[in-house]
Design a protein around this ligand. Structure first.
Ligand SMILES: Cc1cc2nc3c(=O)[nH]c(=O)nc-3n(C[C@H](O)[C@H](O)[C@H](O)COP(=O)(O)O)c2cc1C
Length: 173
């Protein structure tokens, strides 16, 4: 799939089949995540890969408010920010967002589905994940992605809106 097709057809997938996710595909997704751009090339991130069913079930209880996506997923990847590795203070959320987007797109390219589940700025999710996955204080849980083979088929959406584009500045009406 070419890059523009990938971007234009990616959707958030929240239902998964029981087909296991190959470790090689998880590795490719992690490679894509770590190849993301970051301010000053600081790469202020670490990743926690979860494949144990018992952990995925615990995450479901703490993070997704009772629906089944983490119970169904073959794996999950938690991105953690590492503020001490920032090259420019305060930039790790932007850096981690770039890694997160690469996870979305790499999963889609590999025939997998995923969804960005917000953790950053959601205190109960941060606390729950710290507890379940033993995340130390120097890592900031940022976003978690359940990953699996899609159990739902969502159509591509076309969201371009010319009204939101300003050429050469914003003309006040
Ligand atoms: C920063 C961010 C946080 C998100 N947090 C959640 C979340 O906590 N739970 C969830 O189900 N989806 C979450 N999403 C997914 C969005 O709901 C989804 O991207 C949006 O509805 C557009 O749908 P699409 O991804 O299929 O294009 C998040 C997406 C982003 C970018």
């Amino acid at each position: 799939m070419d890059t523009i097709t990938n971007i234009m057809t990616r959707r958030s997938i929240r239902k998964f089949t029981e087909q296991p996710v190959e470790p090689e595909k998880i590795k490719i997704i992690l490679e894509a995540a770590m190849n993301a751009p970051s301010a000053g090339d600081g790469r202020p991130w670490e990743f926690v890969v979860v494949t144990e069913k018992s952990s995925l079930h615990q995450i479901a209880g703490k993070v997704d408010g009772g629906n089944d996506m983490f119970r169904q997923a073959g794996a999950a990847i938690l991105i953690c920010g590492v503020p001490s590795k920032e090259k420019f203070p305060g930039f790790y959320p932007q850096d981690c967002s770039c890694a997160a987007m690469n996870i979305y797109l790499a999963a889609h390219e590999l025939g997998l589905g995923s969804v960005w589940i917000a953790v950053w700025s959601v205190p109960p999710r941060i606390a729950g994940l710290r507890e379940i996955l033993h995340i130390p204080e120097h890592l900031e849980p940022f976003a978690i992605f359940p990953i699996g083979y899609p159990g739902e088929n969502l159509p591509a959406e076309y969201r371009f809106d010319e009204a939101l584009v300003h050429y050469e500045g914003v003309i006040q009406k």
